[in-house]
Design a protein around this ligand. Structure first.
Ligand SMILES: C[S@@+](CC[C@H](N)C(=O)[O-])C[C@H]1O[C@@H](n2cnc3c(N)ncnc32)[C@H](O)[C@@H]1O
Length: 325
């Protein structure tokens, strides 16, 4: 089975229980700190007693200057038998020592009456009217949503015009519902996971054959962060060191464009269209590049070189070379 077979299987079999580790959330969200001032954050696939997203925002509530934090999720698989609940937090006191905080401290949040913890009347589905009611209040949504419902999940966020920072698989870039958002600069990739793979707590068996195994965790290759919150990386142009030569960059059979097999090999002097791998999006700076099209040539078939199709390509143009040509 391939390294990310667990996730593909998740999507097919609706195995959605992959819990995000606190250090991974911290590592990503520190790049967005300025966005949270005076904002309402909603974690809508998150049992407040289990979710590290909820925990992260409680721990950083004052530092980030949050106005309110809401967390709600479906019936927790871990807390078997407990009804789904919603936590609404507007005040956090006495949580200063980062390492010492555990979920019991968090339960203490609700003892003083300043914050509220209630059972949901419905099942906590992010599509339920109850959950959508909280979504409408929110400015920013942050979570790791169910992999199997990613299309619908992003669709709902876009429908309600929400800002978000969420985890998904990089294959979602190829979804017909998602790619147009990336092309039109409505959604982009965040900083990402080290080595392009995440380790998650999960009730499922780890079937991946990886040397980078971590005890008690499942390694999922190809996971990344999707967001529409601006971040510095997005405005840092890629340093281009290669020059174009027809012998090094084959042309497609079905599009007036060259194939560039590695993002690092994008030539600095080519004004036309170039096909690059989807991992290019980790380096994408919209001031430097324009995204033209995904995957297909003029005949609406996959881009091909001498009859062979490289793995999904994104057609891009470099803006400066184009201006100068
Ligand atoms: C990938 S897990 C991540 C859990 C948590 N957000 C985290 O990051 O640790 C996705 C969670 O969404 C829950 N879920 C599945 N379908 C859902 C739905 N329709 N609405 C809300 N939550 C759902 C799953 O039970 C699972 O706990």
């Amino acid at each position: 089975m391939s390294k990310n077979a667990g996730l593909h299987a998740a999507s097919r079999n609706r195995k959605d229980e992959f819990y995000t580790r606190l250090p991974d959330i911290e590592k990503e969200l520190r790049h967005y700190a300025g966005h949270f001032v005076d904002k309402i954050v909603f974690c809508n696939c998150d049992d407040p007693f289990e979710s590290n997203f909820f925990k992260y925002f409680v721990l950083n509530f004052n530092k980030l200057g949050l106005k309110k934090l809401i967390a709600a999720g479906k019936e927790s698989v871990k807390r078997n038998g407990c009804k789904p609940c919603v936590a609404e937090v507007t005040t956090v006191r006495d949580i200063e020592e980062y390492d010492r905080v555990d979920m019991e401290d968090i339960a203490g949040l609700f003892k003083n009456g300043e914050n509220s913890l209630q059972e949901l009347s419905g099942d906590g589905d992010f599509r339920s009217p109850e959950s959508i009611g909280y979504l409408k209040q929110a400015d920013i949504v942050a979570t790791n949503p169910p992999f199997s419902l990613f299309r619908e999940y992003v669709g709902q966020l876009m429908e309600y015009g929400k800002k978000f920072v969420i985890i998904g698989h990089q294959n979602a870039i190829t979804y017909k519902e998602v790619f147009p958002l990336i092309k039109d600069n409505k959604v982009w990739l965040g900083m990402g996971f080290t080595g392009n793979a995440g380790f998650f707590q999960s009730p499922y068996e780890d079937v991946a054959k990886s040397s980078r195994h971590k005890e008690g965790l499942i390694r999922v290759s190809g996971v990344t962060w999707f967001t529409n919150l601006d971040l510095k990386k997005r405005h840092e142009p890629l340093l281009l060191t290669k020059t174009h030569s027809p012998s090094q960059y084959p042309r497609y059979d079905n599009r007036d464009a060259i194939d560039v097999g590695r993002t690092a090999d994008i030539p600095r002097d080519y004004a036309g269209e170039m096909g690059v791998p989807i991992t290019f999006l980790n380096k994408y700076c919209p001031e430097q590049f324009e995204i033209v099209k995904f995957r297909k040539g003029d005949d609406d078939k996959d881009l091909a070189i001498n009859g062979k199709t490289p793995y999904f390509r994104i057609l891009i143009r470099e803006r400066r070379a184009r201006r100068e040509s």
